[in-house]
Write a protein that binds this ligand. Structure first.
Ligand SMILES: [Zn+2]
Length: 344
């Protein structure tokens, strides 16, 4: 019944010139229905601050030498991710189970060696060709000339471990018979710090056709609290959610109101915002191909792009809450009846 109402609301939106823009938006907002709320709740509980913390302490340790694109430390980083997915029995989308999309040095420029995006995949059971991409970059700034390491715990170790936990949660659900309707690609991107090159390469050489890519949820720094929120840490900045799909924005809002109750802050989404974050992380390479995106971000802080961005400074409680919100949003996008509509 809900599906019919939903469909007719869109016909109305599309055909009735007398509806105001406000009414059209209201019709979209009113017709969001959360799929499988009990399952979302159950499997989001498998995402824990302890596991996020253990993985982040490993991934941002000195052993990885700041994970500069193409460096030996970055190779350790991608091997760490591959080994994790293998140990969890979460497959790669490649037939040879390699997990790596290799980007040649010639593409990346003189400062870098060959590098890798890392791909893990949960195949959808009803619409496997429609893919939700959840992404975070694994590279960072390496080591400075005095030998100090840019550990990049928040940037973007936080997004990296969020992807690992989400993939594990979707895998557990699938093992219990609740695999997603659509497919979900967990895309660990390289060379973000080298000018968003890993995501540019992926979108120029997509493993799944871009026209079948439903949305990109991109995470870049979600483990810290900025100076505006020291008293109110349960927030996250969202950028881009309404720019290509009104429906995506209201799904995100409804999911948050149902499960997370974080303060979703849109100040950096303003078109004339001087930091231009919409253009500054990997989601932009999806958005420019007309794929709806949400960029999740905690804002800048005193350790941003400093050697002091370390794992002991992360707020693991808020990292867990933000990860659960993104997990629930991905679940909804993967399982709702109709693929989200691009309307801008
Ligand atoms: Zn970053």
């Amino acid at each position: 019944m809900k599906i019919l109402v939903y469909a007719s609301a869109f016909i109305l939106v599309g055909s009735c010139a007398t509806l105001s823009n406000k009414e059209k938006i209201q019709a979209i907002a009113d017709n969001i229905e959360i799929s499988q709320p009990d399952l979302i709740k159950k499997y989001s509980e498998t995402i824990t601050s302890n596991e996020l913390k253990a993985n982040l302490y490993s991934f941002s340790s000195d052993e990885f030498r700041g994970r500069k694109t193409g460096s030996p430390g970055q190779k350790k980083g991608v091997n760490f991710l591959r080994d994790y997915y293998m140990s969890k029995n979460i497959p790669s989308p490649y037939p040879d189970s390699s997990y790596f999309q290799t980007i040649p040095k010639a593409y990346l420029g003189n400062d870098y060696g060959d590098s890798e995006n890392v791909l893990a995949f949960i195949k959808g059971k009803e619409k496997p060709n429609e893919v939700i991409v959840v992404s975070a970059h694994h590279d960072h700034e390496g080591v400075d000339k005095d030998g100090n390491i840019y550990n990049g715990a928040d940037d973007d170790g936080s997004g990296t471990v969020a992807l690992m936990e989400m993939a594990d949660a979707f895998k557990k659900a699938k093992e219990d018979g609740y695999g997603p309707k659509r497919s979900i690609l967990f895309l660990h991107l390289t060379a973000e710090e080298a000018g968003l090159q890993g995501s540019r390469y992926y979108t120029e050489n997509p493993v799944f056709p871009l026209e079948n890519t439903v949305a990109n949820l991109n995470i870049d720094m979600i483990g810290r609290v900025d100076k505006y929120h020291t008293e109110t840490p349960n927030y996250v900045y969202l950028i881009g959610s309404n720019r290509l799909s009104t429906e995506l924005h209201y799904i995100s809002e409804t999911v948050n109101n149902t499960f997370s109750n974080l303060d979703l802050n849109y100040k950096y989404n303003a078109e004339d915002e001087r930091n231009r974050y919409y253009y500054r992380s990997d989601h932009y390479n999806f958005a420019k191909h007309n794929i709806p995106v949400i960029f999740y971000f905690n804002g800048e802080h005193e350790d941003y792009h400093q050697t002091s961005d370390t794992a002991d400074k992360i707020d693991y409680n808020v990292l867990e809450k933000r990860t659960k919100l993104i997990f629930a949003t991905a679940w909804q996008l993967a399982n709702q009846e109709n693929r989200i509509i691009v309307d801008k």
